[in-house]
Design a protein around this ligand. Structure first.
Ligand code: SF4
Length: 194
């Protein structure tokens, strides 16, 4: 057995849905090398390998970086992102719901570890979403209603989890952006962002 439990470290309101919570939990062992194996056994997971998406704060593992792989997937309405030593779960109902999801993840990680010799690791299809990809789908009016200098700055901060898509007010208030908003929602949810 690789691990018995993943402990919740932090609980905060969920950006995407104020009726839900977001938790950050600590994985007691480094599972970075196991993520491609977990990717292989989870149908809807996306492996983000050498994808440079912002440096984050020193020691902050819950931000994508060139040298930190991550695996992101949805479980029900929950958005789960697994890093080598951390897990974030957004849109969890409550702490009990998050703990059930973590217990499920422990089982999956143990299974991947025990069967790693039989499992073909999957690192293909890496998502390489860059700030310019996000920028291209924003209104690009630089209206500053998000509080930033412009759309490119907003795109950078969105990928660093320092902004939420909902902070771009025109996307949600103006019908002309509906198609782009839906596409952006798909992208950021697939990355475990909000
Ligand atoms: S609110 Fe949206 S459109 Fe306006 S500057 Fe910010 S990201 Fe660009």
């Amino acid at each position: 057995m690789l691990l018995k439990r993943i402990e919740i470290e932090q609980v905060e309101p969920c950006f995407a849905d104020e009726t839900k919570i977001r938790v950050i939990a600590r994985i007691p062992v480094d599972v970075g090398e196991l993520l491609p194996y977990l990717n292989a056994i989870l149908a809807n997971a996306t492996y983000v390998g050498a994808c440079q998406m912002g440096k984050g704060s020193p020691g902050d593992e819950t931000t994508y970086s060139a040298d930190r792989p991550a695996l992101t997937f949805t479980k029900g309405q929950r958005l789960v992102t697994v890093y080598p030593r951390r897990v974030t779960i957004a849109k969890a109902d409550d702490v009990e719901d998050a703990e059930e999801t973590l217990a499920w993840l422990v089982d999956k990680l143990n299974y991947a570890y025990q069967h790693r010799k039989e499992i073909e690791p999957v690192t293909e299809g890496k998502v390489k979403i860059r700030p310019l990809d996000i920028f291209g789908l924003l209104p690009r009016t630089n209206c500053r209603q998000c509080g930033e200098q412009g759309c490119l700055a907003f795109a950078l901060l969105l990928l660093q989890e320092k902004r939420r898509l909902k902070d771009c007010l025109p996307l949600y208030r103006e019908e002309q952006w509906e198609g782009k908003r839906k596409r952006l929602e798909e992208i950021i949810h697939s990355l475990g962002l909000e």
